[in-house]
Design a protein around this ligand. Sequence first.
Ligand code: SF4
Length: 354
Amino acid sequence: MHGDGSGDRPDGAADADAARGAAPSGTEAVATRTFDAPELRGTTFHEVRVRSVLDRVPGASRMPFEWTVNPYRGCAHACVYCFARKAHAHLGLDTGTGFDTRILVKVNAPELLRRQLASPRWPGAHVAIGTNVDCYQPAEGRYRLMPGIIEALRDRANPFSVLTKGTLILRDLDLLRQAAEATDVGVCVSVGFTDHELWRTVEPGAPAPERRLDVVRALAGAGVGCGVLMAPVVPFLGDRPEQLRAAVRAVAEAGATSVTPLVLHLRPGAREWFTRWLHRHHPGLVRRYEAMYAAGAYAPTWYQRLITRQVHEFAAEFGIGPAGRGASRPAVPPAGGEAPGHGAAAGPTRLTLR
Ligand code: SF4
């Protein structure tokens, strides 16, 4: 449906050229920058102007949403398990440190989204933001793309959800509140565990779990309902009942509307990087992981069910429910679904409205 007449080159190819430094056809400007700010040091930003900012989730996906907006590719939160890593290879970039330190920035995302939402062909569907990579990663402090994106959705009263680990979302609290008065808005914060040692090594660029829970608290206090995606639950490192209970208790105390557990899964791209990390930090677990993930990217069903049941029991103990009972709109996949938080819709199937 929505052909834009912009040629037969997929946008992914255009992004790939941009990442290499060549101006992709049909784009208006490309720049590569670095910044001296401490939080951005060591990162290279490839600024691109894209033809479409609304991505359609592939039809076979089990995601509870059809359209996504992801203003960045690559993520300085640098989670070792992140399965959006694989998509970086599509840009001709390294899926290890390259994913963490070379960030593609869609600088025209807000203006383009506003235009696409105004098209008579746009169905007004729910838009999930930040499902591929985190939209409130450190780059957002510099580029400030999210305020324009939220304003565009607010002004069209278009329902949307945001998934993030970034505390920067609180900068846009007023905008989120305004949007929630106009339409259905769901926010989901990803907190898979509260263990500090695990956080420092497996999510080295992300805010600490308690800072993320502060975000939940602040959103709840401002009347913007916020669920927690408890992802990933990391086998043998973050799955002991007392660890799960402590995490669920902290989530409940923060005022989350729901908690949804997702066990770690390891797709190609993430799997190699995670295995390397495992060899370095927990060599004694390598064989157990090989057995756990022998059949593919997912942990066995029995294990996923066990974790889900335990988390739901703790959630009941502390008075919160699974997603759907409090969150206004789906921001997360179903338990046992495809994505451990970010990394959804990595395949660039796109809406091409003009
Ligand atoms: S899991 Fe999310 S926060 Fe972590 S690196 Fe991937 S996109 Fe960033």
